[in-house]
Design a protein around this ligand. Structure first.
Ligand code: IPM
Ligand code: MG
Length: 352
């Protein structure tokens, strides 16, 4: 039995997740043993329980094999105390389930090349994978806080990685590269930050176990530049939590729409949380205009990485390619002045 916890969250989350769930239900009626159960996360969880990641959700998510998540957050929650912010729910589920390996593929569908802000030749055929460490770094390092020092306020966070944390994400990245073009670029800021000097040292040590993979290193400022200058030089990128957060948003835009990109966050046993990399888009929530494809593609990643159902994963990916080839578009990926369909109609197209 494949047990999937469904956490739709806030904003457009419920609409896009509904389409992904329809896809799962079709696969179920075709014979996959899928069991779905819903729970709250983010702002809707705060409204119902006062906490962004309630105990009941943690229990369900811990028992599930995989988690499908929509998005969290919204302007209504931005003034809440820090521990009640919806984003805290997301950070908590990642940390408590030890989902340290975040895979963020950035693939350009040829039909959407015009949606990219970069020139066609720069992005045509783009296929990169960002491997972001997700449970360490300055996101979780202690000490952290705001306090008074010498009569003025100071804010501080701690960038910290242990070698075991670096080693395990390096293995994930090398293994991903070994299955692809066999090129891995590790991104750090070793010219300034000791923490990332250790990152570079440990990644270099792990490289000895993967002689088939060509390892290079790049400073994060240069990597940000190279991603827009010549993104196709990259195959797999591996980096820490904060640099990965920034670079993965940058990479997503190369592909034209953040509404197309799925992600997987895995633990050591390939249990995973799957979510689109975009946010809750409160401005278009409830209007049936959001693009559900990133969420549906997240289901494909789930079938591939957690359930080893490569055939079902490809079936979904092929359906999406076909829909795009037919010219069916949601608003975010439509040509200027071109026709587009709503969230549910896009779901219908993928299902058919
Ligand atoms: C992401 C998001 C999150 C992050 C936020 C919502 C906490 O930007 O998944 O990239 O910073 O990790
Ligand atoms: Mg981000």
């Amino acid at each position: 039995m494949m047990k999937i916890a469904v956490l739709a969250g806030d904003g457009i989350g419920p609409e896009i997740v509904a389409q992904a769930v329809r896809v799962l239900e079709i696969l179920k009626s075709d014979g996959l043993a899928i069991e779905l159960e819903n729970a709250l996360i983010g702002g809707c969880a705060v409204d119902a329980t006062g906490e962004p990641y309630p105990e009941a959700t943690h229990r369900l998510a811990s028992q599930a094999d995989a988690i499908l998540l929509g998005a969290v957050g919204g302007p209504r929650y931005d003034t809440l105390p820090r521990h009640q912010r919806p984003e805290r729910g997301l950070l908590a589920i990642r940390k408590e389930l030890n989902l340290f390996a975040n895979l963020r593929p950035a693939i350009l569908y040829p039909e959407l090349a015009n949606a990219s802000s970069l020139k066609y030749d720069v992005v045509a055929g783009l296929d990169i994978m960002i491997v972001r460490e997700l449970t360490g770094d300055i996101y979780f390092g202690e000490p952290r806080g705001m306090e008074m020092r010498d009569g003025q306020r100071v804010g501080f966070n701690t960038m910290i990685y242990s070698e075991s944390e670096i080693r395990r994400i390096a293995h994930v990245a090398f293994q991903a590269a070994a299955k692809r073009q066999k090129k891995l670029c590790s991104v750090d800021k070793m010219n300034v930050l000791e923490c990332t000097q250790l990152w570079r040292d440990v990644v270099t040590e792990v490289a000895r176990e993967y002689p088939q993979v060509l390892l290079s290193h790049m400073l994060v400022d240069n990597a940000a530049m190279q991603l827009v200058r010549n993104p196709k030089q990259f195959d797999v990128l591996v980096t820490g939590n904060m640099f990965g957060d920034i670079l993965s948003d940058e990479a997503s835009m190369l592909t034209g729409s953040i509404g197309m990109l799925p992600s997987a966050s895995l633990d050591e046993k390939n249990k995973g949380l799957y979510e689109p990399i975009h946010g809750s888009a409160p401005d278009i929530a409830g209007k049936d205009t959001a693009n559900p494809l990133a969420t549906i593609l997240s289901v494909a990643m789930m079938l591939r990485y957690t359930f080893n159902q490569e055939e079902a994963a490809q079936r979904i990916e092929h359906a999406i390619k076909k829909v795009l080839a037919q010219g069916i578009r949601t608003k975010d990926i439509a040509e200027p002045g071109g026709q587009w369909v709503g969230t549910r109609a896009m779901g219908d197209a993928v299902l058919s």
